[in-house]
Write a protein that binds this ligand. Structure first.
Ligand SMILES: NC(=O)c1ccc[n+]([C@@H]2O[C@H](COP(=O)([O-])OP(=O)(O)OC[C@H]3O[C@@H](n4cnc5c(N)ncnc54)[C@H](O)[C@@H]3O)[C@@H](O)[C@H]2O)c1
Length: 285
């Protein structure tokens, strides 16, 4: 019989905003004390205040391995346990490969991948001897299917899916559960500033592009509810939203069709860039 999901102590990274903040609220609602950890110190304090006495704030850069270890150890020492670690902090970096430079890759690798490695390593160090605990890593639909015009993002999110599903197999015998969250597009501040180059995607916003694929955005609250239900059911992979389910299935059961859709995205992005460049050249003449 599955153990009841009754977390007492949780840490959520990137919890000052968006999905992380909503997951923190959902865990508080299910009876957990939650440490709201974020690079945005003021945002973390604000979110923890709004969540009430069951939440506390911590300033954390997930890319800093020593800081992540120190936070996890101090929370476990203070509360005597750590039940849930949500490695959620992330950044979105989009654009065609030729629009990206070393800094874009470094940022995505440091936060989206190294940040998760740091969180997983620190939490496992506490959970394995404890013989219990659940690690939830936030990847994305872009971790399940190739997402062109955002290579650093899709590269790091695929790595997070691989890390999570492999660790799940390793950790099961130690009493530690591991899940990975893969939402489609969620209406959060992450979508406000995605493209590395200002004229990428013809200068139009990522929200415009997203609407072509997914007319209705998911909310952070819907995503968090699905995430925590997925934790309680100990799901390996938690896709959220119609687009995520549909594209994931399409890639598995009709790969040529899925590849055609993905190719269409890449072609569409490049065409919009070329059109914007031609328009700019014409207006300069
Ligand atoms: N919004 C979407 O459409 C979407 C879809 C799928 C997956 N995701 C993933 O969900 C996660 C949360 O994104 P969101 O949409 O809620 O975005 P968001 O921008 O609302 O929240 C991200 C939070 O992470 C924090 N953060 C950034 N770098 C950090 C660092 N180095 N250390 C600690 N905190 C840091 C930010 O300050 C922010 O509070 C990310 O991993 C993102 O890739 C988002």
């Amino acid at each position: 019989m599955r153990k009841a999901f009754e977390p007492k102590v949780s840490i959520v990274t990137g919890a000052a905003s968006g999905i992380g903040r909503a997951i923190a609220a959902e865990l508080v609602a299910r009876g957990s004390h939650v440490v709201v950890a974020d690079l945005d110190a003021a945002g973390a304090v604000r979110a923890a205040d709004e969540l009430g006495p069951s939440a506390s704030a911590a300033t954390l850069d997930v890319a800093d391995a020593a800081a992540v270890t120190a936070l996890v150890r101090s929370v476990a020492a203070e509360h005597g346990r750590l039940d849930v670690m949500v490695n959620n902090a992330g950044v979105a970096i989009g654009g065609l490969l030729e629009e990206l430079d070393e800094r874009h890759w470094a940022k995505a690798l440091d936060v989206n991948l190294r940040g998760v490695v740091n969180g997983v390593t620190a939490a496992y160090e506490v959970m394995r001897p404890q013989g219990s605990g659940h690690i939830l890593n936030t990847a994305s639909l872009a971790g399940l299917i190739p997402a062109p015009a955002m290579l650093p993002y899709t590269t790091t999110k695929h790595a997070v899916v691989g890390l999570s599903t492999a660790l799940r197999a390793e950790a099961a015998s130690q009493g530690v559960q591991v899940s990975v969250l893969c939402p489609g597009f969620v209406d959060t501040p992450l979508l406000d500033d995605v493209y590395a180059a200002p004229d990428s995607f013809g200068g139009s916003s990522v929200r415009a592009r997203v609407r072509l694929l997914q007319p209705k955005f998911l909310t952070a609250e819907q995503t968090a509810k699905r995430a925590v239900d997925g934790l309680a059911a100990n799901k390996a992979v938690i896709p959220v939203g119609f687009l995520a389910h549909a594209m994931w299935r399409l890639l598995r059961y009709a790969p040529p069709l899925a590849r055609a859709v993905i190719q269409g995205q890449a072609t569409g992005h490049r065409r919009l860039n070329e059109r914007a460049a031609a328009k700019a050249a014409k207006s300069r003449r």
